[in-house]
Design a binder for this molecule. Structure first.
Ligand SMILES: Nc1ncnc2c1ncn2[C@@H]1O[C@H](COP(=O)(O)OP(=O)(O)OP(=O)(O)O)[C@@H](O)[C@H]1O
Length: 223
């Protein structure tokens, strides 16, 4: 069997307050897969995405991305890992004092692209997400659905091979949710690996996907 692109091996996560968020969870995600993490509030969906992005370290177990033990990465390597992934996390925010275009440029600038290349890539990302016309607006002027689309454009501006999306369709009406899922599906069809967490049941169209149910039981096995 081919090596998974993303893998959790028997990970435990205990937050600073002593709360055990994950208990011996194992999960394998193949290159090009679209995985939907489901489960009740508090079962650890966001924690799984944070582990894969190197934002949280497990207290036991291994986190492997493209063959690397990212749980052993130092701060600089973890920063590099985060920049190489497209992240739509719950804490992701847009800066209201910059335009949509400038917000989407930020990860490209952080990746040390030139200003003109960052501008070009950001416009491309906005167009790919069908929102090129929003480029000059302030994020404060956007609807919830438009904000999510801008967050997706920002996540893909560096052309990541992995997108981690936490509750991408939460608070969106059906039409906006469908638009967002169709865009994620289009990235999957283009070869990107997507892991999305959702407490609601969501079903992408025209692309194969795998649902993984996380439970709050003692030993979790979600491969
Ligand atoms: N930074 C933190 N400090 C302490 N406890 C935390 C922290 N982050 C998460 N937790 C706890 O860990 C558990 C798992 O949280 P997590 O956010 O991963 O769950 P979730 O399934 O994504 O929940 P939701 O659907 O509500 O977003 C929860 O009980 C939560 O309260």
């Amino acid at each position: 069997m081919a090596e998974p692109l993303l893998e959790l091996r028997a990970v435990n996560v205990v937050y600073a307050n002593g709360f055990p968020a994950l208990n011996r969870l194992s999960l394998r995600v193949s290159r090009g897969e679209f995985v939907l993490l489901h489960g009740a509030t508090g079962c650890g969906k966001s924690t799984v995405l944070r582990l894969l992005a190197g934002l949280v370290r497990p207290s036991a177990g291994e986190v492997i991305v493209a063959g690397d033990r990212v749980d052993l990465f130092n701060a600089m390597q973890r920063r590099w890992l985060r920049r190489s992934m497209g992240l739509m996390m719950q804490e992701s925010r847009l800066l209201d004092d910059r335009s949509v275009h400038e917000n989407v440029m930020l990860p490209a600038l952080a990746a040390e692209e030139s200003f003109s290349e960052a501008r070009r890539r950001a416009l491309l990302a906005l167009e790919k997400c069908g929102i090129g016309d929003l480029a000059t607006l302030s994020p404060a002027a956007l609807s919830a659905g438009q904000r999510q689309l801008v967050l997706l454009a920002r996540a893909v501006v560096n052309r990541p091979v992995v997108i981690l999306a936490d509750e991408p369709v939460a608070h969106l009406d059906q039409e906006n949710a469908r638009t967002l899922l169709e865009l994620l599906a289009a990235f999957v069809r283009a070869g990107v690996t997507v892991v999305a967490a959702s407490h609601e049941h969501i079903a992408p169209v025209r692309v194969p996907f795998r649902e993984v149910l996380l439970t709050t039981q003692s030993a979790q096995e979600a491969s």
